[in-house]
Every structure is written in C-alpha cells, then in structure tokens.
Design a protein around this ligand. Structure first.
Ligand code: G3P
Ligand code: CA
Length: 244
C-alpha cells in the first residue's frame, strides 16, 4: 500500500509545521508526517521550514538568532490566510516527539542544513530519537547528503533517505551506496519506470510534493512506496476509493 505523508503537517489546509497541522494529519489518518528542523541560538531543535522566520511568522531574522523561548513567542500562523487559526507556535522537535507517543504515525524529519551549517544537528536529532526509542518510526532526509550519512554512522537503525530535485541516473544505485533504504525525489525528477526499477532493487520511493489528483492516482496505481502531500485527506480518500 502506498503510504501518505502529510507535508509540513497538512500545509494545504493548516499553518505549516505547527502542532495543529500535525494534529490534522492524524485526524485525516495520514500514515506519517513530514517536518523541517533547524537549530536556534541556544541549540534547540525547532520545526520550521525556512532559515528565517520572515515568511511564516510575525517576526524577522534568522532562526539561528532566536532562542527557543524567543521563537516560541512568534505567531507561526501569521502569514496563513485563514481566520480559523489564532495562536500557533513554532514547535520544538521534542514537543512533536511527545505528541507522537499517543499515536502510530511515522515521522520524516528533514534536516534543513543545506544553507546553514548547524553544528551538532545530527547528534542532537539522533540523540532525541534514541531517547524516545523512535528508531523504527523516523526517516531522516535532507538535501545535504553528507548530513544523512553522518546520521547513519551515528545510528544505522534509523532510516535515511536523500532528497533531490534533478533527474539522477539510476538513483537506486546511489541510495544503496550511502545505505539509504529509499529516495525522496521531487515528483518532476522521477519517471514511472525509475520508480519501478528503484522498488525492484529494494529501494523505496517517496516523491514530494504531490498535491494534484492525477499525480496521486499515478503513484497509487504504480504502488509507489509513499508520497508527501499538503493534502493528506484528499490522498486518503483517493486511496480508499481505489480499494473498493
Ligand atoms: O519531503 C520533501 C519536501 O519537504 C522537500 O521540500 O522545500 O518542502 O522542504 P520542502
Ligand atoms: Ca521539507
């Protein structure tokens, strides 16, 4: 069965990377969530997509220049165009992990360290995964492939998966070479035959960001491992209808 990962929570309907977006993913029966992690000035792991807070909050400046306490005073729904959301905060990764205790969702952590070189990010993330015993529920991905290999070396029991957006040649061979069990390509970077070939070679495929019905149907029909979507409810309904 193709699994459904709710992108940044349920970013199509809720303010991205907030607890409310993750609650929504659980409510609509997604199989997992995807979220983005950066480090604050005081070295805390926070769930926010950009290196700056400007696009998604009412603050300005780099995440790395805020302490956890300071960043959590910002409104994470500030730019989200809906009056339904009033007081959403930037969550810490620890908060998300606490909430995961109450459900069976998988969690794809994207390390956002392609632009910022967050010292110690890999050690902190792996440390938290081990503290909670989530080794079999987490997939660590990144566009920074050195970083995911560093994670694998720290804890081989935690799955890693490279993110990429160009059409790689035989990406399953590359994945095997870095001990990744899956690839996370941009949907535009992967053709049907590449998905099939990767899966036939034991490498899972979880394309992003799959929001249109025809794109979802294509992947469901192929039996693709999973996909990442801003609209997990729509994806769940489509998958359910196909069963019938
Ligand atoms: O999971 C893949 C996807 O989240 C990567 O792109 O920019 O949405 O973090 P982005
Ligand atoms: Ca992401």
């Amino acid at each position: 069965m193709t699994l459904i990962f709710a992108h940044r929570g349920s970013a199509g309907t809720h303010p991205e990377n907030t607890m409310e977006a993750f609650y929504e993913a659980e409510r609509v029966r997604a199989d997992g969530i995807e979220l983005d992690v950066q480090l604050t000035k005081d070295g805390e792991m926070v769930v926010i997509h950009d290196e700056t807070v400007d696009r998604t909050t009412n603050g300005k400046g780099f995440v790395k220049d805020y302490t956890l306490k300071e960043i959590q005073k910002l409104q994470a729904n500030f730019k989200f165009k809906s009056k339904l959301f009033k007081k959403n905060r930037v969550p810490s990764l620890r908060e998300v992990f606490q909430w995961l205790k109450g459900n069976d969702l998988l969690c794809n952590i994207e390390l956002k360290n392609s632009i910022m070189d967050y010292q110690g990010l890999e050690e902190k993330v792996i440390g938290l995964i081990k503290e909670f015993g989530y080794e079999d529920r987490i997939i660590i991905s990144s566009f920074n492939h050195y970083s995911i290999v560093a994670c694998y070396r720290l804890e081989p029991a935690v799955e890693i998966a490279p993110l990429y957006s160009s059409r790689l040649f035989m990406p399953w061979i590359y994945a095997q070479s870095i001990r990744a069990k899956a690839i996370h390509p941009n949907l535009k970077a992967i053709r049907d035959e590449m998905i099939i070939e990767a899966m036939n070679n034991g490498i899972g495929v979880r394309p992003y960001t799959v929001n249109k019905v025809d794109q979802m149907e294509r992947l469901l029909n192929l039996g693709c491992t999973a996909f990442v979507t801003d609209y997990p409810e729509k994806a769940w309904n489509l998958r359910e209808n196909k069963k019938g």
